[in-house]
Design a protein around this ligand. Structure first.
Ligand code: FAD
Ligand code: NAP
Length: 338
């Protein structure tokens, strides 16, 4: 096990923020992780787990031990007529796992194609796209408690999954390291194409017979045309969560903004696209020093060059304040800020 000292994290976060970590260790087995956690030298150090760094904003050097999860492995553990249960190591690349599941003839993950990052981080914010959330496919999560080294299996309900949230991002934040995830995938497809963009793209691609692969290809096409590629321009995807409000508040707001989009998510609540609010407030494409708002997707903040995390955080605060002033809506970051 190699532990580096005072290394730059620039290549380990998709915003491309150049900060240092005091210690850095990449781990490929649970045994290595357990051994590292009982090392007296690192006992008092603050610990932070790193996957692909695609949902992080570093605003300062990290004065502790950064643990990069590189535990691999994709194993079919059981199957019946309807489902297949697959155990996947936390360090597997998310999109590669999605492709692997499609190649194996299993469906369910197609709408979540091309999301950057690792399998281990997916439960953390219950990744979602195009009407599917990963919680729908998760059977259980295997995680190690940092303080005791004990391994615990969280069944789906115990993960407290919610919109871009889970127990690992709230109550147990930074207390557990996710080692692996067991997915329950479908052998009988149950496609979800209720997002207009998917339907339009499938039509454009001339798809006559719906398959998981066709949906995955459509999702990949949309994402490649719309979202900035972090290898070209630093970003962490959507910076803010979509705000959710009561139906009454939405109806009242709609009186002032007749073209305000809203999606009713329950009997009582409506979700509003934060990107629309940001765009309407004039932020789309705006540059603020080296930080900026992406020109095609206002929900994505970008690093135009050598932005530091504080600049991006400041821009985010300005945006939050202007939305609060204009619409009286509080939007909160989805990205994990350190
Ligand atoms: P990191 O950024 O490395 O970590 C994120 C958080 O999880 C940190 O707090 C970290 O400490 C913690 N963490 C990481 N691994 C573990 C582990 N094994 N155990 C415990 N804690 C851990 N998200 C969506 O939901 N939907 C999208 O459609 C989507 N699209 C995106 C598009 C782009 C271009 C980008 C850049 C990002 C997008 N994201 C999206 C956000 C991001 O890809 C996901 O949140 C992803 O799951 C983060 O994975 P990661 O491995 O990079 O996590
Ligand atoms: P979009 O299609 O332009 O839609 C804008 C917003 O409206 C989305 O945020 C989406 O909410 C909502 N929406 C659209 N159609 C909907 C429907 N039929 N029912 C309910 N809500 C609907 O969004 P986009 O920015 O191109 O992103 C497409 C998808 O990829 C979205 O699901 C988005 O969440 C996901 N994505 C996420 C990230 C991230 O970093 N988290 C980055 C890029 C894309 P939801 O966001 O709740 O789906």
């Amino acid at each position: 096990m190699k532990i580096d000292k005072d290394i730059s994290l620039k290549l380990f976060n998709t915003f491309g923020i150049d900060v240092l970590t005091k210690y850095f260790c990449s781990l490929t087995t649970i045994e290595e992780l357990q051994q590292l956690l009982i090392e007296p030298k690192y006992a008092a150090e603050e610990k932070l787990v790193l996957g692909g760094g695609s949902n992080l904003l570093f605003t300062r050097n990290f004065n502790g031990l950064m643990i990069k999860m590189d535990i691999k492995g994709i194993h079919l553990i059981k199957e019946d007529f309807e489902n297949a249960w697959i155990k996947v190591g936390a360090g597997e690349n998310w999109h590669q796992f999605v492709l692997h599941s499609l190649n194996s003839g299993f469906s369910g993950l197609e709408n979540l194609s091309l999301i950057p990052g690792t399998v281990g981080a997916a439960p953390l914010q219950n990744i979602g796209a195009y009407g599917v959330e990963v919680k729908e496919l998760i059977e259980s999560v295997e995680a190690l408690e940092i303080e005791t080294g004990r391994i615990r299996h969280f069944v789906n309900e115990e993960c407290q999954f919610a919109y871009r949230n889970s127990i690992f991002k709230s109550e147990l934040k930074n207390k557990y390291i996710i080692l692996g995830v067991i997915f329950r995938l479908n052998k009988k497809p149950n496609y979800n194409i209720h997002y207009g963009a998917i339907r339009d793209t499938l039509k454009e691609m001339g798809v006559s017979q719906l398959t998981s692969r066709a949906i995955s290809n459509a999702v990949i096409k949309i994402r490649q045309s719309k979202l900035p590629d972090p290898s070209q321009i630093g970003n962490a995807g959507s910076f803010f969560k979509n705000p959710v409000m009561t139906n009454e508040k939405f109806i009242a707001l709609k009186k002032g903004y007749s073209n305000l989009p809203g999606y009713q998510i329950s009997d009582k609540e409506t979700k509003i696209p934060a990107g629309w609010l940001i765009e309407q407030s004039g932020w789309k494409g705006v540059k603020f020093g080296n930080a900026g708002v992406h020109e095609k997707q206002a929900l994505v903040l970008v690093n135009h060059g050598n932005a530091n995390g504080k600049e991006i955080k400041e821009l985010a605060l300005k945006i939050q304040n202007s939305i609060l002033e204009k619409f009286e809506i509080k939007i909160s970051p989805e990205v994990n800020i350190f």
